[in-house]
Design a protein around this ligand. Structure first.
Ligand SMILES: [Zn+2]
Length: 261
């Protein structure tokens, strides 16, 4: 059994990115702690829980989930992300939204209100992200929410009553003022910050001049493979889209020299 233990939002791992192992939880459990059981098909079993007090386990430190990406193996990282989403949902769904009664777990990933019967499931926030190209250039923007000085891709949350493609079109128009065409699905990625799904697309420039939405973006523009700025790290679908575009441009040589965050 591997143990995915979060203290608030930080994960307990050792310097090699390994999770604690053993049949029993390596830290004392209280009756109010809910332990989630997770397992990839054909993989090892995992248990996951969240503690609200600082943890001291010899050989282990608390690490942010983003930072843990470079240390952990792919399956453990994916399940740690799933665990973070479930733990976030559990912490924020203690009471029924209809009648206010405390709710109870019905399955590993659902709860039910014992008073009115309402079912509760984890709610995913769906977001889209898009690589817009024009000739040999890629549209890149810097969000005001980025803590570091790198350029990313246009992205935003899907609104109610919208298709994914409509969300892509709207976000590009809102953030940069340009019209796009040929919107195509690329790939998707769980985004456990705190509970989301990121859906990636490619698209082509159709018309218009860039007018940045200054309330959301610090900067933005067209970038060619020879003048690439610092870009998001390899854990993100943004980076996968950028790497895919560089390969399409016949410029995979640029990928090893990209400065990422
Ligand atoms: Zn209820």
């Amino acid at each position: 059994m591997r143990w995915i233990i979060f203290c608030k939002d930080e994960l307990l791992v050792n310097v090699h990115g390994r999770l604690p192992e053993g049949e029993a939880c390596p830290l004392p459990l209280e009756p109010w702690h809910h332990v989630f059981r997770l397992q990839a098909p054909g993989g090892e079993p995992y248990s996951a829980l969240r503690l609200d007090t600082p943890m001291h386990l010899p050989g282990y430190t608390q690490t942010g989930l983003r930072q843990a990406y470079r240390l952990m193996d792919a399956e453990a990282y994916r399940l740690a992300g799933k665990a973070r989403e479930l733990l976030h949902w559990d912490a924020e769904s203690k009471y029924c939204g209809v009648c206010g009664a405390p709710v109870k777990f019905e399955t590993e990933i659902s709860k039910r209100c014992p008073e009115c019967g309402k079912e509760l499931w984890p709610q995913l926030s769906t977001a889209v992200i898009v690589a817009v190209t024009r000739g040999d250039s890629l549209l890149m923007v810097q969000s005001r929410s980025f803590r570091h000085n790198f350029m990313g891709l246009v992205a935003g949350f899907v609104e109610t009553g919208e298709t994914l493609e409509q969300a892509v079109e709207r976000e590009v128009m809102e953030e940069t003022g340009i019209c796009i065409s040929d919107i195509r699905y690329f790939a998707s990625q769980p985004w456990p910050f705190p509970c989301g799904l990121m859906v990636g697309f490619t698209a082509r420039y159709a018309s218009g001049d860039i007018t940045l939405q200054r309330s959301e973006l610090r900067s933005g523009g067209w970038y060619t493979p020879d003048a690439m700025p610092a870009v998001p790290g390899p854990m993100s679908i943004a980076r996968r889209l950028i790497d895919h575009w560089l390969r399409e441009q016949g410029r995979p040589d640029v990928i090893p020299t990209l400065k990422d965050f």
